[in-house]
Design a protein around this ligand. Structure first.
Ligand code: 5GP
Length: 178
């Protein structure tokens, strides 16, 4: 078993890069089918989404565009429960098919706020693709149409996800050691 240390915590490898690649391919195949003949705008939520957006897009065969927004809600390993928009949307999404690309949906508060904000700009459609989803942690009703992994209520790092700024570069995903 592969264990690493980040700051003050130990983490154990839980999902390999091969498993991640296979699940992203599966999600991309669904999007290729569902958006055939359309030109969706992938809207990545920084910072955690960058690896997922990259690998997802490489598996998309349909025409598609990409842009990014930024929210911040997390300090270390605990949610503050508050969600703030830090960086807004550069282009108009009116009439566009928008796919929000998120690293992980935890309480769902970030995505809830995001859907609310984006809906005001009247996109043709809005869907969420999240690499990870923690169903046991959801506090609001959010429809995550495309989720690659449903995971237990444990803090994870790697593949774009950080612990206090570190760990985003790890190609595999690690669970915090209790
Ligand atoms: P939510 O608003 O759904 O509670 O939180 C979503 C955000 O919280 C994610 O985009 C991510 O930044 C952060 N987050 C939630 N769970 C985890 C986790 O297990 N590990 C890391 N690194 N970040 C998480």
């Amino acid at each position: 078993m592969s264990t690493i240390r980040i700051h003050d915590r130990e983490f154990v490898k839980s999902i390999s890069r091969e498993e991640i690649a296979a699940e992203i391919k599966r999600v991309a195949e669904r999007i290729n089918k569902d958006y055939a003949g359309k030109r969706p705008l992938l809207l990545g939520v920084l910072n955690g989404c960058f690896m997922f957006v990259s690998d997802l897009m490489k598996n998309l065969e349909i025409e598609c565009e990409v842009s990014f927004v930024k929210f911040s809600s997390y300090q270390g390993a605990d949610t503050t429960g508050t969600v703030k928009q830090v960086l807004g949307l550069a282009e108009s999404i009116a009439g566009r098919d928008v796919i929000i690309v998120e690293d992980i949906v935890d309480t769902g508060l970030t995505m809830h706020k995001m859907l609310e904000t984006l809906a005001e700009s009247k996109p043709a459609s809005l869907a969420i693709a999240s690499l990870f989803l923690k169903p046991a942690r959801l506090r609001v009703d959010v429809d995550v149409k495309y989720s690659a992994f449903e995971i237990p209520d444990r803090f994870i790092v790697g593949y774009g996800l950080d612990y206090d700024g570190l760990g985003r570069n790890l190609p595999d995903v690690y669970d915090v050691k209790e």
